[in-house]
Design a protein around this ligand. Sequence first.
Ligand code: 6PG
Length: 256
Amino acid sequence: MSSPPEIRVYPSPEDLAGSAALRIAEILSQAIHASGFCTMLLSGGSTPRAVYERLAQTASGQGHDWSKVHLFWGDERCVPPDHPDSNYDMARRALLSQVPIPDVNVYRVDAEHGPEQAASHYEADVRAFFSRRAVDGAEMGVFDLVLLGLGEDGHTASLFPRSPALLERQRWFAGVEHDRPPPPLVGRVTATLALINAARQVIFLVVGKNKAEIVRQVLTGDSNPPLPAQLVQPDHGYTLWLLDASAALSLPSDQT
Ligand code: 6PG
């Protein structure tokens, strides 16, 4: 049974980014201490950029051992890795280029080959990683940390409302055709709820007044069918929502 999410509200996006970076660095360090390595599924979109930039500063300042950090993507757009819409390119600029993480520890989605083929290839790569790490105690598909954003339609990763990918219970990644807003209108590769809900910890990062209504619906509403972000309920893990004051504007006071 999933425990109710914890919600933390910060005065500004800058305050959120600083606290999120500290929390992420702490989670990664705890995982490294426990098993000698850690795994994180990165979120795309624009919100995490500031968090990644602060994480690079925070973790480096703490002498973080990046050789023990393994990074993956919770979703990717089917564009080249140097395209402005690439989630990999955003993370490369904000984080990967700022820290001494070995290239072999960065598992990019080769999404340029189209949604379905890229999803299958990526799933094989991720399964192979966990198989190799089983000797170190890794549990298949159990990420130490999953970072997620929230779209104004309630999507998270690239799990959009009414998407067949929401029903996937076996596969860890799915290919998604995406030809209606929100942009970019390109195919996607997305982690499935089966993978996301296996995680030890999930952190949602949400800022901006434009997200206030969907935050209220997701955290207090009883949408039918449920919104994709409402289906993120880790089986044994812990969910933390980090909101700035603008994104939390419509939440009841007893939830903030
Ligand atoms: C993506 C993201 C997506 C994102 C939300 C919020 O690839 O687009 O994974 O789920 O987190 O759309 O995006 P913003 O942070 O840009 O508002």
